[in-house]
Ligand binder design. Structure first.
Ligand code: UDP
Ligand code: MG
Length: 312
């Protein structure tokens, strides 16, 4: 019998779990042709999430949980899940029921038909501010035009991945993780299904603009060197202009002499060049920071317990 794992990263989801679990049970009872495994990853929750998971585990042996030693972020929590799931395929789903479990049977159908990565695309994005929607659009445009891989908009982590894909993802141990990009990077046969994203049923979204901004930065820096190239190009253009201007100033001084003048020009030049230099330095710094983090070679997450037993 084929085994299907469901991976659910949870960060402060004590209110969502009692809503999510019955839905998953319904799904499992309706598809008895498969073995099921629920893999919850408790990503350092500070509420009663862990207790809720322990209790579920007691009632239902299909429930497994990985308890991380602190909050490592959703990307790392998912990697922990990749390492622990044992299914022939895996469905990643949010704990807040924004990803309808009712879509999973359709995903399985496509998987049985031979697709390795069945991803769900949001038809609508639920309640979201205008600004967030525009920024997200801009981000994907930027990413798409600057890297070779299609990172799709309105496609998230809600997807079914074959064992082949899980194994491929497990080999990618980088610390600045941008899993959405990795799904495209690994390739394999992909299939799209659509769904309507509802609003979070309980609890609060843990994303704010600062987190989203740094997520977007991770996305860009981990998938493309385009910003570095842009700053090189900008430097090139500016230095050509500066060189021409230098010749102009030099000749003018030769021909007409040089009574001291031109304060505005000087100030403009200094500010302009200084600005560009700082910007380029900043971009380089972003990449160096990531190289630094990567060379430390730390594990991406630390497990405290698996199913109540201390991790090695
Ligand atoms: N999540 C996590 N660690 C975090 C933040 C979020 O495991 O540090 C989980 C969270 O419990 C949920 C999923 O990631 O299951 C999506 O989070 P959320 O609903 O807050 O994000 P949004 O839907 O707003 O993108
Ligand atoms: Mg959510």
């Amino acid at each position: 019998m084929k085994k299907i794992s469901i991976l659910i990263p949870c960060y402060n989801e004590e209110k969502s779990l009692p809503l999510l679990y019955p839905e998953l049970v319904k799904l499992m009872e309706g598809n008895k042709a498969y073995d099921w495994e629920l893999m919850f990853v408790n990503d350092g929750s500070t509420d009663g999430t862990l207790a809720a998971l322990q209790q579920l585990r007691q009632q239902d042996s299909r429930v497994n949980y990985v308890d991380l030693s602190r909050n490592f972020g959703k990307e790392a929590a998912m990697l922990a899940g990749f390492d622990y799931v044992t299914g022939d395929c895996m469905v990643i789903i949010d704990a807040d029921l924004q990803h309808p479990p009712t879509l999973i049977p359709e995903m399985i159908k496509h998987w049985e038909a031979g697709y390795d990565d069945v991803y769900a695309k949001r038809r609508s994005r639920g309640k979201e501010s205008w600004l967030r929607r525009r920024l997200s659009l801009l981000f994907y445009k930027l990413l798409q035009s600057s890297s070779r891989f299609d990172v799709l908009q309105n496609v998230g982590d809600f997807r079914l991945l074959d064992r082949k894909c899980i194994n491929a993802l497990k080999r990618m141990r980088e610390s600045e993780r941008y899993t959405k990009g990795m799904y495209s990077w690994i390739g394999f046969n992909k299939k799209e299904v659509e769904f309507d994203q509802g609003d979070r049923l309980a609890g609060d979204s843990s994303w704010n603009f600062r987190r989203l901004f740094s997520f977007a930065l991770d996305g860009i820096t981990s998938f493309t060197n385009a910003p570095l190239r842009i700053s090189t190009m900008m430097g090139f253009v500016v230095s050509v202009c500066a060189f021409l201007y230098m010749i102009y100033v030099f000749c003018k001084a030769l021909i007409y002499g040089d009574p001291v003048q031109g304060y505005p020009t000087l100030v403009i030049l200094v500010l302009f060049l200084g600005g560009i230099q700082l910007l380029s330095l900043g971009i380089i710094g972003e990449y160096i920071g990531r190289i630094y983090n990567e060379t430390k070679n730390r594990p991406d997450y630390i497990v405290r317990q698996f199913n109540g037993e201390d991790a090695l």
